[in-house]
Structure formats: C-alpha cells, structure tokens
Design a protein around this ligand. Structure first.
Ligand code: NAD
Length: 478
C-alpha cells in the first residue's frame, strides 16, 4: 500500500508536492504499486543536533542528512545552509536528486543535507567548526564516503565548505585512497574539477537554449525560435542565478530583470550582469544600480515584469497560485529546486506557458559533480593522458594535408585544429551533451503521449522507468 507522506511527516508541503508530481506521473507507467512506493519513499532520514562554541557560550545546531534512494551507490546531493531549512525540505530535495540523477543518467541515488543556520550570522571560524562537526556526525553514522553518500554545495554553501568536509573526512580515514571523493564541488587545488562552480548555471542556460531552439514549440508560445534577443528575468544572483544569467547573455539573450531578496531591478534594453554583481558587492544591494530604468523594493514584483523567460534561481515556492497570474513570461526555467507550486504550474500551462522543470534544468551541477567524483576515483585529471598525444596526431595530419595540397593554414587556423582538449573543455562538452540529450528525451515523452501535459510529468515518467529498471536489475523486484 502506498505511504501517505503527509500523515507520516506532519505538516509537509515541499515533499508532499514532489510526491504529488510523482503520483501523477506514475499513472503513465506500468509498475507495481509497491515498487512505485519504494521509489517514492525516503529510505533514510538522519536528524541530529550538535553543540558549537559561539561567543562565550554554546549553541545547539539542528542538522539533517536524507538518503532518499539506494537503488544506486553512492547517494548524492548538496548541503543547504539556511535558517529556514527543515526536515520536509531536505526530504523533498533528496527525492528530487534521485529523479534528477536518473534524468541525466548519472549513476547515483538521491540525497540532501541541511544545517539550520543563517551563515551570515557566524564567523568563518564558527562556520568551519559547524561544517567539520557536521561531517564528523555524518561519518559516525556512515552517512558519508566516496562509495556511500557524497555531499556537494547547495544554497548557502560553496567550495570553502566542501574543502572543510573533504579535509575532515580524509583526516578521519587515514590511508583511504579515495577519501577526497567523499564530497564534490571542492576547489580545484583540493582535487575539484574545472567548470564545477559554474556548471549548474551553464546547464540552466543550455536547457533554455535547447528549449527555444525547437521552432514548433516556440510557434505555440508565440515566440520566434532561437535564444538571440530573448528577454530574461533571473531571480537570485547567487551561484546558479549569476551563472545562468551570464551564460544566457553569452548565448545572445537579453537579461532585462534581476531580483534579489532586497528588491529587483529592470531595464527592457538589458542589464550588465557583472556590473550589477559588482554594484551589489560594493553597496550590499542591487538597488541603486545606475543602469536600471525601474527598481522595486518588493522583490516579488520583479518577477512580474515583461519578459519571455523567467529563471527562478533562489529558493522554492516563489511562483504560487497567488502570483502566477501576473507572470508575463511564456517560459519558466527552474534554476532553483521547487520554485513553482503544482497549482501554479497547472495555471501557467493553462495560460499557454511551459516550464522547464528543476529536476532537469538544474542537473548540470550533479552532472559535473559526477565528473569530479570520477576524477577523484581515477586520481588523474581529464585530458592529462591524451592531450599532448592528440595535439601531436593533429599536427601530423595538418602537416601531411598541407604537404599534399600545397595550401598553408594561418597560424590561428593551425592552432585551432591542432589543439588537444583541456579538462574544462571536456567537462563543458560532457555537460552540454548531457543537457541536450536529456532535453530531447523528456520532450519526446511529452510529445508522444497526449495525456502527459507537462515537461515535468514527462521528466518524472522517464526517471521512474529508469529507477524501476535499476531495482529490477538488482533483483529486488521481479
Ligand atoms: P546561493 O546561496 O549561491 O544563491 C542564492 C541567492 O538567492 C542568494 O544570492 C540569495 O540572496 C538569493 N535569494 C534568497 N532569497 C531570495 C528571494 N526571496 N528573492 C530573490 N533572491 C533571493 O545558492 P545557489 O547554490 O545558487 O542555489 C539556488 C537554488 O538552486 C537552490 O534552490 C538550490 O537548491 C538550487 N541548486 C543549486 C545547485 C548548485 O550547484 N549550487 C545545483 C542544483 C540546484
């Protein structure tokens, strides 16, 4: 019998929403009810508290690690540092990780962590103490390890926190050859990978470029095909939002609006992302930026300004039944996890829009985390073994063709053809390939069944089918 998640976990919303989407999609699959229940359930929920020294006293910190699914090992998912984080949210985010990994064919189960603090209220030393203690608590219960559960950055955490985690785990496991594969999103100097920092935003931008490249779909939305000149509003100028905006602008889109928690700015002719970013760094706010033609003290108003594409890249529950009617975008691309409630999504589709769902749109981060983990296990950087060999082979080929044809290439042409791939180029190429293939896989499912009414449902159907096969291959299910 299926679990009633709301009954089990109390006043849930986000996990309940994820389960609601799952249940809806499950009707388009042919799996046994018990197997579907196993896929949907959170396997392990570890809630713990630990003290840290703060000022002259102590403070007790609430924390979680949820491993949603063990159909693949290790499990994988970021750690959220936020004073609003709660068990329901961590469970929902862990579940999304399971489906996300399946969608982009990354062989991990889903997990997520949460530490209930506002990082802005702690010194760097205190944050380090919290992060190291959190890691020790995970290690004590076997909730971390390169083949067990591999955290990564999420809202409120980044490379610095990941390096503290790696160092703590490696210290506790002397001689463990693969210890640094216990966490991803590390700095390059500590066996991170080129391109991880910007991977999620780059993936979001590629997902949008792919979506708007399909002429038939754009015609239905009343948009011209192609990314060039598309007007975009981005919410959140953190890791995902900043990089999404940056790559979209690089691809030719116009970033007309930016929303942060202190307010929003707008200019129909476009905003310079780096200039806004530097202005915020200098003044503490995006408001007051000279290049904006309008600004809004109420950040939510920024989402409702004219544009073609809206990229919520901050937190969940930003587009609800309350504000969805005022959203002018035709496409919502979910950089954040869970920014659109199911009710808002239904209303948005009803009004003729489409949503590129979180579990696909922001999967670039876990895709490149997978590459980082592979690099850590193989102990060699991508490109190191073959780059020079490739360059020599290309050089021989160019010399031979020049000799036969008598045509000489310019130095720039020679350099372009000869060049072997760097780690960053290989990572970006793997990421781009993953995002493009996955989009069309989801779109095919969406197009081929008239009853599947959203890209999210199509993404869920694909994920459920892949996870079901894993359970069947494990021999757990007939
Ligand atoms: P981040 O902490 O780097 O940035 C979040 C930004 O959102 C901050 O600048 C914050 O000030 C802003 N913000 C907070 N509340 C806001 C509000 N109400 N309105 C406007 N802006 C607001 O976090 P991040 O890593 O960019 O994560 C953002 C979202 O993307 C989260 O939902 C996260 O789960 C998801 N995500 C992150 C990654 C990753 O690799 N970092 C991967 C997949 C998904």
């Amino acid at each position: 019998m299926a679990t009633n998640n709301n009954a089990v976990y109390g006043d849930t919303h986000f996990f309940g929403d994820v389960c609601k989407n799952f249940d809806y999609a499950a009707q388009f699959t042919k799996h046994d009810a018990g197997l579907l229940d196993q896929i949907k359930s959170c396997n392990s929920v570890y809630r713990f508290r630990f003290p840290i020294r703060k000022g002259n006293g102590f403070e007790v910190i609430d924390a979680w690690r949820v491993e949603h699914s063990h159909h693949q090992s290790p499990t994988k998912g970021g750690i959220r540092y936020s004073d609003m984080v709660n068990e329901d949210e961590v469970m929902a985010l862990a579940a999304l990780m399971t489906y996300k990994c399946a969608i982009v064919n990354v062989p991990f189960g889903g997990a997520k962590g949460g530490i209930r603090i506002n990082p802005k209220n702690y010194t760097v030393q205190e944050l380090e103490n919290i992060t190291r203690r959190y890691t020790v608590e995970l290690a004590k219960k076997n909730f971390i390890g390169p083949s067990i559960d591999v955290p990564a950055p999420d809202y409120g955490s980044g490379e610095r926190e990941m390096s503290w985690i790696a160092d703590t785990y490696a210290t506790m496991n002397p001689g463990q050859l693969d210890a640094l594969g216990c966490v991803t999103g590390k700095p390059i100097a500590l066996h991170g990978i080129a391109g991880r920092r910007e991977a999620t935003g780059r993936g979001v931008a590629i997902s949008i470029r792919e979506c708007v490249s399909v002429g038939e779909d754009m015609q239905k939305l009343g948009l011209t095909p192609g990314i060039s000149g598309k007007k975009v509003i981005v919410q959140g100028l953190g890791n995902v939002g900043y990089h999404s905006a940056k790559f979209l602008a690089e691809f030719g889109a116009l970033i007309v609006g930016l929303c942060e928690y202190e307010g929003a700015i707008y200019n129909p002719d476009g905003l310079d992302i780096d200039a806004v970013f530097n202005h915020r760094k200098a003044t503490g706010s995006i408001l007051g930026y000279a290049g904006a033609t309008q600004e809004f003290k109420n950040s939510g108003e920024g989402l409702e300004q004219p544009c073609d594409i809206l990229v919520p890249a901050a937190l969940e529950n930003q587009i609800t039944s309350e504000n969805v009617g005022r959203i002018k975008a035709k496409i919502i691309a979910e950089g954040a996890n869970g920014p659109t409630t199911p009710e808002a999504e239904a209303a948005f589709y009803e009004a003729g829009g489409i949503i590129i769902p979180d579990m696909y749109a922001n999967a670039g981060g876990v895709t490149v985390s997978y590459f980082e983990w592979l690099k850590n296990l193989s102990h060699v950087a991508f490109g190191r073994m073959n780059r020079r060999f490739e360059e020599n082979s290309n050089l021989n080929l160019v010399n031979m063709v020049e000799g036969i044809t008598g045509v000489s290439l310019t130095p720039v042409q020679r350099a372009t053809i000869i060049k072997g791939a760097s780690e960053l180029e290989l990572v970006n190429s793997g990421l781009e390939d993953t995002m493009i293939r996955s989009y069309h896989e989801i779109r095919e499912t969406y197009k081929n069944n008239s009853k599947i009414d959203t890209l999210r449902t199509a993404a869920f159907v694909g994920a459920i089918n892949k996870i079901a096969v894993s359970y069947q291959n494990l021999g757990v299910w007939p």
